[in-house]
Design a protein. Structure first.
Length: 284
């Protein structure tokens, strides 16, 4: 390319960006560079030029853009020549991926505008009743109080007295004690926990788990560094049907996914019917 033409072209390109005039610049389809049968046009460069640059910085920036484009095209065209079939396969995959992204974005917008996210307790219960066999437990779950304190913690006898929850005041007494001294403490009478997660905090060893749970054991033990308290208030054994309260959030997610699928199917069906009615579809 002629050096004077090249410099002049760059000056034309940067004019809108170094000028204080904010009027819209009318752009013509001006060729800037060519590699093989592929051209780089002025309009392709303008959209990448940063505003607010000085004249000198703009010249350097545009020069680098053009150099990068030329280098990329040289390598790309050589790769397509050498890897003709592979390049075609890549293009096909990219085309398919682009189609999938556009369709997905449209469907998500359609679904977001129409999806009812409110799931009633009745719907949850009905689904649970109809699909109980889908909710078999793969591990033991429990409702429990547990407490872990360091050895040497004061007033351990208070924890011993209250952790069995035999009196109405015991829960508050345990919470107060835990606030003062607990390394870890848990008690939520409504929350189910996987027993294996409890064992990560309360390291029971040498016990038959099923027997321990069936007896709803309330026990205290210690090791070299800590004292542990655990009170099993409820349990469900492995391979039994999971309680509804444990599966409630999972079922809500399932129901919302089913609604999403229904909306997507309805969208596709309606679009197909509309296209057929408008005689936009023909098969040969």
């Amino acid at each position: 390319m002629n050096k004077h033409f090249y410099t002049g072209l760059i000056l034309i390109l940067i004019a809108p960006f170094v000028s204080c005039d904010t009027e819209k610049v009318v752009q013509k389809k001006v060729k800037v560079a060519r590699v093989g049968g592929v051209y780089l046009y002025q309009e392709d460069l303008i959209k990448d030029i940063q505003s607010g640059l000085s004249k000198e910085d703009s010249l350097l920036f545009i020069d680098q853009l053009i150099s990068n484009w030329i280098e990329e095209q040289i390598v790309l065209q050589k790769a397509e020549e050498v890897l003709h079939q592979e390049a075609k396969d890549v293009k096909d995959r990219l085309d398919n991926y682009r189609k999938s992204l556009i369709i997905y974005a449209y469907e998500q917008k359609f679904i977001k505008e129409r999806l009812d996210t409110a799931v009633s307790s009745i719907e949850v219960e009905e689904y649970y009743t109809a699909h109980k066999d889908d909710f078999l437990l793969k591990d033991y779950i429990v409702k429990a109080l547990y407490l872990k304190i360091s050895k040497g913690t004061p007033d351990v006898e208070k924890a011993q007295l209250h952790f069995k929850l035999e009196q109405e005041t015991d829960v508050n007494e345990m919470r107060y004690y835990a606030d003062l001294y607990a390394v870890q403490f848990h008690y939520d009478p409504e929350q189910w926990l996987f027993f294996e997660d409890v064992l990560k905090v309360i390291p029971l060893e040498g016990v038959n788990i099923e027997s321990f749970l069936r007896k709803k054991k309330k026990t205290m033990f210690e090791d070299e560094n800590f004292i542990y308290f655990i009170n099993i208030t409820d349990f469900t054994l492995k391979d039994a049907i999971s309680p509804l309260s444990f599966e409630k959030e999972k079922i809500k997610t399932i129901l919302l996914n089913l609604r999403t699928i229904d909306l997507r199917n309805k969208l596709r069906e309606d679009l197909s019917n509309d296209a057929i009615k408008a005689q936009q579809v023909e098969t040969y």
